[in-house]
Design a protein around this ligand. Structure first.
Ligand SMILES: Nc1nc2c(c(=O)[nH]1)N[C@H]1C(S)=C(S)[C@@H](COP(=O)(O)OP(=O)(O)OC[C@H]3O[C@@H](n4cnc5c(N)ncnc54)[C@H](O)[C@@H]3O)O[C@H]1N2
Ligand code: MOO
Length: 624
């Protein structure tokens, strides 16, 4: 597997080897393109001396005198300023003239006073300036060319054209601009399972809707390229080959998704080789997106960039952001202008990286560094400022909802997490600093929401019969009230083979946090069986925790509490606590609720206890 930075270098070097073409386009079409030439201003702005306020133009700077007002000589914005009997000779005895903001200040007038600072009398024919007004020369007058002087550079070759740039060009009368042509980017989805949502077809067995063409064409648009839709092709070497060739003929860049891992029908790499594509890398040392494959092809004497992205929807999006966006920027001429501060240089092709706090800790992938999707906010928090990132939850590469949470938020950053192997530990703690790659606009802190995800999972093991399971449900509901925290719950009958184990495993899979409590609650009479089953799932028994909970349990429950019902152990960063539930008898339920509250407090940060608890037995097998 190749480090992402090396993969990016391959992509940028390859992109730089493609020729750029230019075109002249209307201003509004040029937004987000890159200028292909330096542009100097061919005119001055403003082209005339212009008033900054609505007021009176004065022929002298003397504030102590009474001025005459020429009532017939008002100059509004857009008037040529020559009419209305204005005396164009510089003469301090000239009458004052009313002017509006943006109007020409006629020749001979040396300052403008805003209407609020003038006292106009005698039916509008005489004017004095408010006392204590100080009047410098050219007060409230913009001289010719003060905003855009003539013959100065206003746009650099390689500079991105923004609405503001377009505004500057329009100001000096340019209606078109020469830019580097947008690259044409063909997008192909591969996979027999895919159905185009616009086809109106329903989903028969084994089929899913094609999401990747939509995300990838959307991204190409966002990145400034011209997307070309090449549809879905089935998993056959011939179809994939034909589609790839067609897209290469018509486009500068081709993005495919699917068919790059180890499956018998993963044809992208062999087809690319057959088409003579020079594959630069086919495995990235990262998650998600490991099998991303990239190469440079040549067709009819023209070089093409081929990105074969993984089929998993999140992998495709993340890798498009990491690799395709910088490549398109190069092909759009970003930064060709060289050193200038506006020359598209700086910012780094890899995007903006910041240091920030990871609000809630997460598990690290054992082997691969992870681009963990987060919501990034700026400011607030206990520490009072800086960037704060919150995980978007389960990071499966099939789960696009890790980028769009359905609650109004879209992931706007990728936390760059090391692998557990690199970090020498399995988790990032709550509040640890991490590096974040920004992929969208950072949110303000006022939009900060409560961290998502459950605090605890409760697996309730009822008895053998329906009656017992019903009882378990009642107890559990009571428990949820008492906990007062978000709980995910499972209820099983004891007889359900493998159910508890499956629930624990699925929690482990789902869960991305750094410390999690899984409470396995059971009825006393079945404690042997439940404890044995949970014991088999535990990697390290936590006897210190058992002792602590046991002490508290005896205090609260008195004679009804027995250590025999209690078992604690860790699995990954999860703490599994097995507790025998009390009966429904008078007072007993309340005591039991109290105990659960205490347990919650004790295991609030289960990893602390896991760390402290060196006493763990060999784990597994419910070693009791
Ligand atoms: N034996 C191995 N299997 C896999 C490995 C591996 O190293 N060894 N890598 C896994 C990783 S990591 C990834 S990522 C995926 C990538 O697989 P492919 O690129 O070959 O993609 P497919 O198998 O075609 O699809 C994967 C997944 O994504 C769904 N998919 C595909 N295209 C679309 C689409 N356009 N819209 C929505 N969903 C799509 C597809 O149905 C699969 O579920 O391979 C792992 N396997
Ligand atoms: O690299 Mo794959 O994208 O982990 O799922």
């Amino acid at each position: 597997m190749i480090p992402v930075s090396d993969c990016l270098s391959h992509v940028l070097t390859s992109a730089t080897s493609l020729p750029l073409s230019t075109k002249i386009i209307p201003l509004l079409d040029s937004i987000n393109s890159y200028s292909s030439a330096d542009v100097s201003s061919s005119a001055s702005h403003p082209p005339f001396r212009s008033s900054i306020v609505d007021g009176y133009a004065l022929p002298s700077l003397d504030c102590s005198r009474v001025y005459a007002v020429d009532k017939g000589a008002k100059v509004y914005a857009g008037d040529d300023g020559s009419g209305g009997g204005v005396n164009n000779n510089s003469n301090s005895d000239m009458a004052c003239v009313y002017v509006t903001t943006g109007a020409i200040v006629p020749d001979g007038y040396v300052a403008v006073v805003n209407v609020e600072s003038c006292v106009v009398k005698d039916g509008g024919s005489s004017l004095t300036v408010s006392p204590a007004f100080s009047l410098p020369a050219n007060n409230n007058i913009r001289p010719v060319g003060c905003d855009i002087p003539p013959d100065v550079r206003i746009l650099r070759r390689g500079q991105r054209i923004t609405p503001e740039v377009v505004g500057v060009l329009a100001s000096i009368g340019e209606k078109e601009v020469e830019v580097f042509a947008q690259p044409r980017v063909g997008v192909v989805s591969t996979g027999n399972e895919l159905v185009d949502v616009s086809s109106g077809e329903g989903l028969a067995g084994g089929k899913i809707y094609d999401a990747n063409r939509y995300t990838l064409l959307g991204l190409v648009k966002e990145f400034g390229g011209e997307g070309v839709d090449f549809g879905i092709v089935c998993d056959s070497k011939e179809s994939v080959g034909e589609a790839l060739k067609k897209a290469m003929l018509e486009c500068d860049v081709v993005i495919t998704s699917g068919g790059v891992s180890m499956g018998e029908k993963d044809y992208l790499a062999p087809v690319m080789r057959e088409l003579g594509v020079d594959i630069k890398f086919d495995r990235m040392y990262m998650k998600p997106g490991k099998p991303t494959t990239f190469g440079v092809g040549e067709i009819e004497g023209r070089k093409k960039l081929i990105f074969a992205l993984p089929g998993n929807p999140v992998s495709a999006v993340v890798c498009a952001r990491l690799l395709v966006e910088p490549a398109l920027q190069v092909l759009m001429g970003r930064g060709v202008g060289g050193e200038g501060k506006g020359g598209g240089v700086g910012g780094g092709e890899e995007g903006v990286r910041v240091k920030g706090i990871l609000v809630k800790g997460v598990k690290l992938d054992k082997i691969r560094p992870e681009y963990h999707r987060v919501i990034v906010r700026y400011g607030g928090g206990g520490s009072g400022g800086g960037f704060r990132a919150s995980s978007t939850g389960a990071q499966r590469s099939s789960r696009l909802m890790s980028m769009v949470d359905g609650d109004g938020e879209t992931s706007n950053g990728l936390a760059l997490l090391p692998s557990a192997e690199e970090a020498g530990r399995r988790i990032i703690e709550d509040g640890e600093e991490v590096e974040i790659l920004l992929t969208g606009k950072v949110l303000g802190v006022q939009e900060e929401k409560e961290e998502g995800g459950e605090d605890v999972t409760i697996i309730m093991v009822g008895g053998e019969g329906e009656k017992d399971v019903g009882r378990a449900k009642r107890v559990l509901e009571g428990g949820r009230d008492v906990f007062g925290f978000k709980a995910k719950t499972y209820i099983f009958a004891l007889g359900e083979e493998g159910a508890v184990e499956a629930a624990i495993k699925s929690e482990e899979l789902e869960w991305e946090g750094a410390g999690k409590l899984v409470l396995v609650v059971h009825f006393k009479k079945f404690c042997d069986k439940v404890v044995r089953r949970v014991g088999e799932m535990v990697e390290k028994r936590a006897e210190n925790m058992e002792a602590t909970i046991g002490r508290i349990g005896c205090g609260i429950m008195g004679g009804t509490f027995s250590f025999y019902e209690l078992y604690c152990g860790s699995r990954g960063g999860m703490m599994l606590v097995c507790l025998g539930a009390g009966g429904e008898g008078r007072g007993e339920k309340e005591k039991w609720k109290k105990l659960l509250k205490e347990v919650k407090k004790i295991v609030k940060r289960p990893r602390d206890l896991i760390k402290e608890d060196g006493s763990g037995g060999s784990g597994g097998g419910g070693s009791r």
